[in-house]
Structures are given as structure tokens and as C-alpha cells.
Design a protein around this ligand. Structure first.
Ligand code: 3HC
Length: 332
């Protein structure tokens, strides 16, 4: 995947002094910037994580985008339009952040479309009605906020800075979803039943979004060591549970987990067992909507081919013009 930039590379034993300086910089809270020395594995991990994050943002436009033309009011249409447009922008920030590490946009897109690269599990489920738009905003985007607020403190400068802008917009995404869920929970019995059904369907995929349990998370150790992640998968999942469960209960909504319990001693909401077999099936391409999502992305890429070819033709003609007049800019 991505040539040798993503092949698993050895951590850099051959230069222990530079590795020691690098880790000291991270311990002191310095940001690592594109031109700085970094272990090949640090670069590889960032390309993996940032490119998959970008893929998630772009694929994440599809489930909600399907409801833009069917929004229940002009107000809801405008809100959803803005949100889905934001997600596309988040994807661009993140692809740019990944490009600072030496991987090309083409390599990243090829990896997604060939199925080599992952995107978030949570976008492989259908959006059955407009309550899903509210629950995705409230649950999925809140989960994203917890994760991305953590990443805003990431040791790699371009990723951390991209997160600052993304988190600001993500808060709007969560608030618009929460507003819709509250209105429906307080609406007619039919509306409350719709939003409860949506919670039942999105609850477990959202808990899985945070990744496998720490004991089953092969990347976490090096990501924490080098300050890419500053919290573990389980820590973020626990923060999510502790905030969202009381809020849903306050709305008279339930959580589809018969084993969920409150632990007085720790002050934590403890969830029941997560079906990790289902999680791995979904991220290996066998979820309810994986085929549909990839088909849409491949079609969009094909539809955009003429734009890429026109830009390439213009750029090469531009290059010939510049060369023809000694490089003094465009021949007028
Ligand atoms: N979906 C798909 N794959 C997942 C996953 C998920 N929710 N969680 C973990 N995985 C994959 C990992 O990518 C890894 O596979 P890989 O080595 O081939 O890439 C494998 O499962 C093992 O998981 P690890 O815990 O070891 O992986 P990480 O340490 O990278 O942790 C992560 C996973 C928490 C998703 C981390 O990569 C991360 O924080 N990524 C950046 C944030 C991100 O990608 N968010 C996606 C959602 S985007 C979004 O929310 C948009 C918003 O607008 C709704």
C-alpha cells in the first residue's frame, strides 16, 4: 500500500541517537513538522491513520447525503447540506495533512478504491429514515469529537492543526443531531419510536468506532509512545459512555445493552460485551453497505476522471508555454 511509505518498516535502531532526540522532543511537547527527522515507523503510522481518517470523512458523506433531497423541512435541508459539505472539507484537510508525509493523493485514493485501505466501520450501515441523521450527529459525531479532540494534541503538527478546525465544525455537527433527537424524543409517539429505533441500530457501531479494546489494539502502543494518540481506545469509549448514557436516559430513551450498568465506585457506565466478530467482518468488507459505499466512491472517482485529465493537460501546456517564452509566465 502506498509504495514503501506504508510497508511495515523497522523502528530505526540504526540511529539510536536521533531516535533518542526525537523522543525527547515529543516528551517535551514539541510538534514534529514535515521537514523534521522522524522514524520511518512514525511516518508510516501517520500516513496509515491520517489517510484512513480522510477516507472516513469522505465515505461518511454518503449515508447522510442520501437524505439531503428528502429532508423534512428547508431548515433541516440547510443544516444537513452544511454538515455534509463540512465532512468533504474535513477529508481535504486530512488528505493534505497526509501528503506532507510524502504520500500522494493518488496513492491514498487507489488504496481506498482497491480495498487495501480502511475507513471507519460506522459508515457501513444504512440510514433508514431522518431520525438516523439526528442519531448520527448526536452519537457518531460526538464519538468523533472525543477522538479528534484527543488528536488535536497529536505530536505531528499538521494533523494536530487540522483537528483544531475540524473539531470546531464537529461540535456543530453534534449539536444539530442532538437538537433533532431531543425534538423527536419530545415529539409524537411515532417520532420517539423512530429515534429510539435509530439509537438501537447505531449504538453498537458507534462503540466500535473507537477501535478494538486496548488489549487487542496492535497500533496503540507505538502511537501512545510517540504521542500520536494521547488516550487509548477504551479511555475514549468510556468517556463517551459516561456522557451519553445519562443524556439519553434524561430524554426517556434507552440504550440497547441489557448488560449496561453503573459502577458506583468508579463512576463509570460499564457496557456489555461488544461483538468484535461483527466488527472485523464489517471492516473486512462484509458489512450491510460496504459494497454500496465503495461502488459510490469508485463511480465518483470515474466521473471525475475528465476533470483530472483536463487539469493535467492544462498543466502540461502551461509548462510548455513557460518553457517557450523563457519561463516569463503565460504567453498573452
Ligand atoms: N473502523 C475501521 N477500522 C478500524 C476501526 C474502525 N472504527 N478501529 C480500528 N480499526 C482498524 C485499524 O485501522 C487497524 O487496522 P490497520 O492497522 O490495518 O489500519 C486495526 O483496526 C487495529 O486497530 P488499532 O486500535 O490498532 O488501530 P488504531 O490504533 O489506529 O486505532 C482508531 C483506531 C481509533 C480509528 C485510530 O486509527 C484513530 O483515531 N484514527 C483517526 C480518527 C478516525 O479515523 N476516525 C474515523 C471516523 S471519521 C469521523 O468520525 C467523521 C465524523 O465527521 C463523523
Amino acid at each position: 500500500m502506498y509504495g514503501n511509505s506504508l510497508e511495515k518498516v523497522r523502528t530505526v535502531e540504526e540511529d539510536p541517537e536521533r531516535l533518542r532526540e526525537f523522543e525527547e522532543r515529543i516528551r517535551s511537547g514539541e510538534k514534529i513538522e514535515p521537514g523534521d527527522w522522524m522514524p520511518a515507523e512514525y511516518r508510516r503510522q501517520l500516513i496509515r491513520m491520517i489517510s484512513q481518517h480522510a477516507h472516513s470523512e469522505i465515505v461518511g458523506m454518503l449515508p447522510e447525503g442520501a437524505w439531503i433531497t428528502r429532508a423534512p423541512s428547508l431548515r433541516r435541508k440547510l443544516i444537513l447540506l452544511a454538515k455534509v459539505q463540512d465532512e468533504g472539507g474535513h477529508g481535504q484537510y486530512l488528505y493534505h495533512a497526509a501528503e506532507t508525509l510524502g504520500v500522494t493523493r493518488e496513492e491514498m485514493i487507489d488504496a481506498l478504491l482497491s480495498g487495501k485501505a480502511k475507513y471507519s466501520n460506522v459508515f457501513n450501515y444504512p440510514t433508514l429514515n431522518y431520525a438516523d441523521v439526528g442519531v448520527i450527529g448526536y452519537l457518531v459525531d460526538f464519538a468523533a469529537i472525543l477522538n479528534q479532540t484527543m488528536l488535536a494534541r497529536c505530536s505531528y503538527g499538521p494533523y494536530a492543526r487540522a483537528m483544531v478546525r475540524i473539531c470546531a465544525e464537529e461540535n456543530f455537527h453534534k449539536k444539530q443531531g442532538q437538537d433533532l433527537v431531543i425534538r423527536m424524543a419530545r415529539g409524537t409517539p411515532t417520532q420517539k419510536a423512530m429515534v429510539q429505533d435509530a439509537i438501537n441500530r447505531w449504538w453498537w457501531p458507534t462503540l466500535m468506532m473507537f477501535g478494538p479494546h486496548d488489549s487487542d489494539s496492535p497500533n496503540s502502543e507505538v502511537l501512545i509512545r510517540w504521542g500520536i494518540k494521547t488516550k487509548t481506545n477504551d479511555e475514549l469509549r468510556q468517556a463517551f459512555l459516561n456522557q451519553i448514557v445519562p443524556e439519553l436516559h434524561a430524554l426517556g430513551l434507552s440504550v440497547p445493552d441489557p448488560d449496561l450498568r453503573y459502577d458506583e465506585e468508579s463512576g463509570n457506565w460499564i457496557h456489555g460485551p461488544i461483538d468484535w466478530d461483527h466488527f472485523w467482518r464489517v471492516i473486512k468488507g462484509h458489512g450491510p453497505c460496504n459494497h454500496e459505499r465503495m461502488q459510490a466512491r469508485r463511480q465518483a472517482h470515474e466521473d471525475g476522471r475528465w476533470v483530472r485529465e483536463a487539469l493535467a493537460a492544462y498543466a502540461s501546456r502551461q509548462g510548455r508555454n513557460d518553457a517557450g517564452n523563457g519561463g516569463e509566465g503565460l504567453a498573452l
